[in-house]
Design a protein around this ligand. Structure first.
Ligand code: F6R
Length: 615
């Protein structure tokens, strides 16, 4: 996720773009850049860091004049966050300049082709490849910028919201969208382009939101021209009158970042799949694994190190790796692992999971493993983070920035990456038949739509939250793949609502926790139809006979549990190993609503920080 802003009109573009980028920083904040056309030339400044750093740099290094410009705040996907990889990017001639939010999946093959034709690339980004492809098309086909963008986009696979302008024709900006958001603000002979309406809301309430596969040529003195990218069909711009305030827009209309991030999960999981999950080709592509396939094939053991929610994702992965790839797995709290002189051999693979990529204990665990010659694979969200750099190889989750302190989309995207990895290894090791592999890949592809369906239980969960918001304690139970989900559900409730909660494997209940159960105790039980269903039903009966209050997460259509439980929340049916991606959704929503009802600071719970960079 990145934020993009553009302006063309009669005002100075610089302050509009800088302020707009600041408002879009929730979309990414590892680097930023701006390009302004001053009447004769383009002035470009970019830097690693926040928009504030860009502001200091631009105000001391470039001319800020001009009423045409574009700006970008980045959340890296290709290439670490640094000056060179920041946007905007020039084409080789220096005439065209682009900002891009998204991922071009086939950029490597296009880059090879362009390199053969003499193009040179400064950065590691897919975006620099795209702008040079546009330049090549423009020259070769002798077409205008709009047409060149259209032809080029028909050659790329991936997701994008882009804005491009040409120094030789500085009265227009060309924009296009597929998969990433793009809004055009329409003023009085002035236009704004942005990832959402926050950069232009104080100038105009009139906006056009591009649909996927649409592009627009925004020309001064003309009406916006909208067309389909795939063919020349003209689309008619639907101008909407916005009635939102700034805060609402930055949070996408949600009250809190946490809720926004919960709802982003279908998109985030798709972004994690993008380019990797190739159902039609019957393969999973992961560059960091392919380049080290021997290591993975010869691994005698996988040791997963992580903290908090990432550790829970590691526990889910343990079940998946052992079940499908038949590789023994140990899951360790990084903070314990680093201090207990663990046995590590050069045949071990260490998988370090960390959303932030900066967690001190996880980093220390990696260093220890490296000292003992183990191969370290990182699963991080923040591109270019310390853990991502320290690992020998890795895979990013591509969840986009997670602002709410409580991890939500980080958890599901970590499970997604780890599942892809496990299935890839299972296939390569001959542990999975072609048909089973195909079945699993196909079902993975269905997961974002099923998460969408799981989110529909939100109103029901709000009602349940109302009934339990004053509880002092809460028990979460699950088995197999859903035991770690129970742990994660309890952690979510604890950290944002300050209610004491415990997660347990359901069968462990009789070894102690059952003593806690009385009519005051809400027990959240994950009881989906596959994997130990009957045994979990027995656990539910045990709770019921002790007057515990039962909130059950079940597979849609379930009857048996419905008869026993006080409340039932359904999730769509899926393969057991993928069920954590669905069962975790109601638990995230439950803790969210309870915290809101208790007037807790949901996005910044007391005593907690988003990334724990100290011991
Ligand atoms: C819980 C939460 C924390 C983090 C933990 C690890 O919602 O956010 O438990 O999961 O601090 O952080 P990362 O994944 O950044 O290493």
């Amino acid at each position: 996720m990145c934020g993009i802003v553009g302006y063309i009109g009669h005002r100075e573009a610089y302050p509009i773009i800088i302020k707009g980028l600041q408002r879009l920083e929730y979309r990414g904040y590892d680097s930023a850049g701006i390009a302004l056309y001053d009447g004769t030339d383009i002035n470009l400044a970019k830097t690693k860091g926040k928009v504030e750093d860009l502001k200091s740099l631009s105000e001391t290094s470039i001319s800020l004049n001009g009423s045409l410009g574009i700006g970008h705040t980045r959340w890296a996907t290709h290439g670490v966050p640094n000056h060179v990889n920041s946007h905007p990017h020039y084409s080789n001639s220096g005439d065209l300049v682009i900002i891009h939010n998204g991922i071009i999946e086939n950029y490597e093959s296009i880059k090879k082709e362009l390199t053969k034709r003499g193009y040179v690339f400064e950065s590691d980004t897919d975006t620099e490849v795209l702008i040079n492809l546009i330049e090549e098309v423009k020259k070769k086909e002798d077409v205008k910028l709009g047409k060149a963008v259209q032809i080029a986009l028909n050659q790329v696979v991936g997701a994008y919201a882009i804005a491009v302008f040409d120094r030789q024709k500085p009265d227009e900006i060309v924009v296009a969208k597929l998969g990433s958001p793009l809004a055009i603000g329409i003023g009085d002979n002035e236009f704004f382009v942005a990832s959402d309406a926050s950069p232009f809301i104080e100038f105009t309430n009139n906006a056009v939101y591009l649909e996927d596969e649409e592009m627009a040529i925004i020309r001064l003195g003309k009406e916006i021209k909208l067309r389909k990218i795939q063919n020349d069909a003209i689309a008619y711009p639907m101008v909407q009158e916005l009635q939102l305030n700034l805060e609402e827009i930055e949070k996408g209309g949600y009250d809190h970042f946490m809720l926004k991030e919960i709802y982003e999960q279908p998109r985030a999981i798709k972004d994690t799949f993008r380019g990797r999950l190739r159902v039609a080709e019957g393969m999973v592509k992961m560059a960091g694994v392919d380049q080290n396939i021997e290591k993975f094939m010869n691994a005698k053991r996988i040791i997963i190190v992580a903290c908090g929610t990432s550790w829970h994702a590691g526990l889910v992965a343990e079940y998946i790796f052992e079940n499908f790839a038949r590789i023994p797995v140990e899951v360790e709290y990084a903070s314990e692992f680093r201090y207990r002189n663990p046995v590590i051999t050069r045949d071990d693979i260490i998988i370090a999971i960390s959303q932030s990529g900066e967690t001190a204990d996880t980093l220390a665990a990696i260093k220890l493993a490296k000292e003992r010659d183990a191969f370290v694979f990182g699963v991080c969200n923040v591109v270019g983070s310390t853990i991502a750099r320290e690992a020998h190889a890795g895979a990013y989750t591509h969840a986009g920035p997670e602002i709410g302190v409580a991890s939500t989309k980080a958890f599901t995207t970590q499970i997604t990456v780890l599942t892809l990895l496990a299935l890839k290894l299972a296939k390569q090791k001959g542990e999975l038949s072609d048909s089973k592999f195909h079945e699993l890949l196909t079902e993975m592809e269905n997961i974002p739509a099923k998460v969408e369906l799981a989110l529909e239980s939100n109103p029901l969960i709000e009602i349940i939250a109302e009934a339990y918001k004053d509880s002092n304690n809460c028990l979460y139970l699950g088995r197999g793949y859903n035991f770690p989900v129970a742990l994660e559900g309890a952690l979510k409730l604890k950290e944002i609502s300050y209610i004491h909660a415990e997660g347990y494997p359901a069968a462990e209940m009789k070894h102690g926790p059952i003593a806690l159960i009385d009519e005051q105790m809400p027990v959240i039980v994950i009881a989906t139809n596959n994997g130990h269903y009957e045994k979990v039903v027995s656990n539910i009966q045990e709770i019921k006979s002790r007057n515990g209050r039962i909130i059950a997460v079940v597979t849609e259509g379930d009857q048996q549990v419905r008869e026993l439980a006080d409340h039932v929340v359904e999730v769509p049916d899926t393969i057991e190993s993928l069920s954590p991606l669905l069962t975790t959704i109601p638990l995230q929503l439950l803790s969210y609503h309870i915290a809101v009802m208790r007037n807790c600071n949901v996005d910044q719970p007391r005593n907690l920080a988003k990334s724990v960079t100290v011991e």
